[in-house]
Design a protein around this ligand. Sequence first.
Ligand code: ADP
Length: 627
Amino acid sequence: MANLSLKHIYKVYPNGTKAVNDFNMTIDDKEFVVLVGPSGCGKSTTLRMIAGLEEITTGELKIGDSIVNDMEPKERDIAMVFQNYALYPHMTIYENIAFGLQMRHVDKDEIDRRVKEAAKTLGITDYLYKKPKEMSGGQRQRVALGRAIVREPKVMLLDEPLSNLDAKLRTQMRSEIVKLHKKLATTFIYVTHDQVEAMTMGTRIVVMKDGFIKQIDTPKNLYKYPENKFVAGFIGTPQMNFFNGVIEKKENDLIITFTDSNNSIKVPFDLMMKVKSEYLDGKKPIIIGIRAEDLKPTKAETGIKVRVSHTEELGTETLIYADMNLENDDFAEANTKVILKDTGFKEYETDGIYNVKINELGIHLFDKETEISILPRIPEFNTYSGSINNCNLEALNTSFKLPKALESLNGLCEVKIPPRAILAGNDLICKVKGSEFINGKYLINLDANGYNMYALRDEDVKEETLSITFDYKLLSFNVAGKEYKPMPLINGIAGTFVMHEVKEEALINGKAKKKKVPYYSLAIDNTLLPASALTAKKMCLALPGREVFNTPFRYEWSPYDLEIADTGLDAEVLDIIDYGKEKFLKLAIASEVFFVKTNKEYSGKVKVRPMPESTSVVELKRNIRIV
Ligand code: ADP
């Protein structure tokens, strides 16, 4: 039993293929996590890195409390089941299951106990003394599972274990593996390219594409709240329908227009509160996604019109293939084709024109270019219009005292407040309308003087009201057409990595001798900053040999990771940014601008030093995070 933590894991193969990019996830003890995605997306590589069969290029992998990057596979206390179960044909099933334990010199009686218990769990006791050739594919796969179970591993890794089986057996084995997971109460990590397998087995699913994680969530949330068009299209059958469109807010409604078929629908804006405001102009191209079950043919004169091409009657449901462009030819590729779903056996006339009612809660909207949802579960910003005068922001029918840092702003404005910037305070009392628990946080829906607002908090709000203020350093403003971005929370600068050898006295076999000791430093702008032992180790591991000393890096710190000190990088104070409760120095270091949290005021030339272990390192050539 164990939890796992994967932090900034990358895999770059020697031929340059970036198979896994910045994989971050914590997996709880006893979870059943499925990695899913099309062939080549990096799921097997990820699993093999966890198993120790593939070297991790950079990043930190923990099993339990131990960092296992450098640990041999057999020391990791994990077992792996492959698609190709490769049993030894000349051995009995008993011997096949016992083999691994014998190699580890486990006591004979203990082997016997474990083999028999595993056989019982898997329902293959009657076959223990038969040879693999006398068993079916499904039974052989059970033997392969048995070989893994007897190891009593902390983590079970399964790489497409069912893909060699026929469809019926696959469905059966699927539920058996789920039962096995419950019985063993061990962490399972399972790789498949089959979204149905993922949806039916995983407690959480990682959807991957081209080496990147596209979303990590429960099956229900992936289906209901896909974060991008890829996940929306990958999860669910038939595939979600996608259409080109635009949206426009008109009074209390949102008008959704399907641009290729000139259909449009009106949805109460209340249902679409979370939509990103910059898309509401009726011009910015978007993609509208609607699942077949959210499109219901109806007799009522409502929704959109379609022309039916053909149907598939599947028993419990009927799929209706249609076109939103009533003139289109059935065979032509078109962006207006649509699949609808009806219950039971239903007859639809070929070429018949039907009205379709759209379930408004089943509408998904994506940016046409980035394909990222513009209706996210956690909105990026709360956007309001207002005005600023002498450090007073008038918005939400309230006056907010702005900190000195924002004193240059004056005039009519639009303010963007991220949900995490809404803090408990005394600026405005809001009514609590509801809350949603999303990935470990609570999204609180507030009524702020009649305006809708979302706040993100670690804890739920039980009271009927919440008194708030803002974390002003996170707010963006548009004043008279000019954008004011918040203070960046990452300071970055280019540099290299160097080593010096210093002769030091050391006791060797009881005698004082001179010994060469290596010291590693980050070389930035003609200054050497001492590298912590852990940072130096990670960098040397990521780029073996002397390459690490000839590679350009970018070093990064948050404003909270840097301090003014006697030694460090040469900096010049440009300004003091005063947010009231917090103050920051704006500094020039070489050609970069840095922000550093401060309690004191400084001016002129100062030196800046990072706190120990706080440096993030990005290798620029491969664009991968090393520390
Ligand atoms: P998946 O399991 O999702 O099908 P893999 O993890 O096997 O994907 O592969 C991810 C990417 O890495 C693919 O582009 C694949 O071609 C590449 N790849 C896999 N193994 C190697 C290797 N040994 N050397 C170079 N490239 C590899």
